[in-house]
Design a protein around this ligand. Sequence first.
Ligand SMILES: [Zn+2]
Length: 220
Amino acid sequence: MSLLMNANITCKKCKCQSTNKLYASINANLNKPMKKAILNGSFFEWICPCCNRKSILLHPLLYHDIKKQSMFYLIPNTTRRYFDDMDIEKQYKDVDNISKRVVSNIAQLQEKINILEQNLDDRVIEIAKYNLIKIIKNEYNTDSIAGYFNSFNREQDRISFIFYIGDNAVPCNKSAKSELYDNSERILNAVYSKSKLTKGFHTVDIKWAEKTFEAYKGTN
Ligand SMILES: [Zn+2]
């Protein structure tokens, strides 16, 4: 089920107050238009009913795709990397078999959904990304790099990402051969022996990948 909640919002421009219905959770299996809206960015747009000003309204959102056994919890700007949510544990029966992630911004949520839609493992993607970032850091001589998964095509032997490089966040497409995914999967399995990270909500990002990679080096 998708859940709506009432929220009182004050417009930053005209200060008018209004009550709005916002989604607290989205069921991706039943609500495909909302999934599309999250991916194209329109989901978090809010238009003030008084002055028509359009802005981005970030709010907590639980995205669940039970068919694909995944849940993503967007908690804006959170720094928590792991937590249990008892209400959710009670609400969803099969919760122990569901991969649960916490993300802190819209871009991360979009990336997780994109990875899921392509039936890939986000942990493998993060390890692959981490290894590409190490190469880019040397190439561009900067530590300031953010990257997001784009697509994976085995027939064309290509896995591609978009990176934002340097202080000006210059966008740059980078791709590698499929073996980057396969090698990253081997690293994951060597460290976690196929366990699925189903207990509680985890942050699986570049920091997580770095820790996993260090643990892998320790095993060799
Ligand atoms: Zn307004």
